[in-house]
Write a protein that binds this ligand. Sequence first.
Ligand code: HEC
Length: 269
Amino acid sequence: MNKTNNTETITRRKLLVNAGKAALGTAGIITLAAALPGFPSKAEATGGSTEKWPWPYVKLDPDKTAELAYQEWYRVFCGAAVINSVFSQLREKVGEPYKSFPSDSFVFLEGGMAGWGTVCGSNAGANIVSNVIIGPRIAGPDCEHGHTIGSEMMQWYSETALPVFTPKEPKQKTAIVQTTSESPLCHVSVGKWMKKSGYALASPERKDRCARVAASVAYKLVQDLNAWKDGKYVTKADWMPGKDVGITAQQNCNECHGTKVPAPPSAKK
Ligand code: HEC
């Protein structure tokens, strides 16, 4: 079997599936993987020789975590707030390697990454945390490593009227309206909230809304991680766009494309 001839058609997922099969030896897989640009070697995919992860997790209190995220938002914004709400506690309870994790460096996730309005930093932060704790590779529900918490967070964030968490001592006493973003994107999420509430980006209300969204995400994240730790986590995420529609995307194609959703070249429709 000439393995390199297969690299054009074989997908990464198939490759991973094949990795578990006896047909190709480990050496064959590594050769094949090495031939694909950007595909991690087997050693890298399982943490490599120098990096060791996943990291240990002990169950945390969702309420306490959400309060921490809320406070931290005012210091380091959404992404780093979600990360630090979990990792600051694990620093105390577990110690290293959490003590060395530079949570604050993720301040750049603010504003959908450096103000570009891409993925909401709360989602990015949640994915970073769950991936550090659960293990290699992201991807959807069919992922061999069973890491679905990150994917599910994106779906939950998109479908939920946010924020759901109200801090014990809110910095803004005015009512904060809830909006459903139908998207994991900062720009869409914040934009829909600004439209419904009438508050501008720089308003204290918008800031408090985002702090509460980060807290809401941190709450759910720890709920999910606790369930996972107990072996009781069952995903509701069912979105595998690469496989289902041939392009990575959020689910509601029509919201951006209208009725004429372009079909990617490889889509079999
Ligand atoms: C958040 C908005 C948004 C969503 C949701 C979205 N797209 Fe797109 N998509 C775009 C933009 C913007 C472009 C680039 C401009 C364009 O071509 O319309 C694009 C480009 C594409 C392209 C490249 C080819 C082309 O004709 O532009 C394909 C294919 C595509 N989208 C398919 C999809 C599918 C399928 C879905 C749903 C599974 C989807 N998109 C969801 C915004 C979106």
